[in-house]
Design a protein around this ligand. Structure first.
Ligand code: ATP
Ligand code: MG
Length: 139
């Protein structure tokens, strides 16, 4: 079953570089409705758990350190075909390979510090949304 929701984070690099407003503008202009949002910071343990799927990868330690080093914006977004359309809007993991006009092309620094997260499946969108938000925080 496909759903119309995805989950995103504006990562610590983009927050540090003053890009919250610019990224939210791209998201809402592309037709995504924000149904939940918070400014928060991941603990080391939160980041380990959130990215547990990558715990065998060589960059896991670096990723956990990066994702927990400063505040993020977490949000649940709603739109038809949300997961795939949002992955298209953010662009490739490596901003050097991201298409023109994508959020990572515009705002990301490099493959590690790449400005935004986007869920890669409906199942993960639901898991990741529930990691950050309770039912009464979703509108
Ligand atoms: P995300 O899950 O954050 O939306 P993604 O799905 O495009 O990104 P993944 O393969 O899931 O990419 O990797 C998760 C994150 O790990 C990347 O967004 C990036 O921050 C980091 N990462 C991925 N590959 C590398 C790498 N080769 N070196 C350093 N960090 C990396
Ligand atoms: Mg991913």
């Amino acid at each position: 079953m496909t759903t119309n929701r995805t989950f995103t984070m504006i990562k610590p690099d983009a927050v540090e570089n003053g890009h919250i407003g610019g990224i939210l503008e791209k998201i809402t202009s592309a037709g995504f409705k924000i149904v939940a949002m918070k400014y928060t910071q991941l603990s080391t343990r939160d980041a380990q758990e959130f990215y547990a799927v990558h715990n065998e990868r060589p960059f896991y330690g670096e990723l956990v350190e990066f994702m927990s080093r400063g505040p993020i914006v977490a949000a649940i977004l709603e739109k038809d075909n949300a997961v795939d359309d949002f992955r298209a809007l953010i662009g490739a993991t490596n901003p050097a390979e991201a298409a023109e006009g994508t959020i990572r092309k515009l705002f990301a620094s490099n493959i590690a510090e790449n400005a935004v997260h986007g869920s890669d499946s409906d199942e993960n969108a639901a898991i990741e949304g529930a990691f950050h938000f309770s039912g009464r925080e979703i509108y």
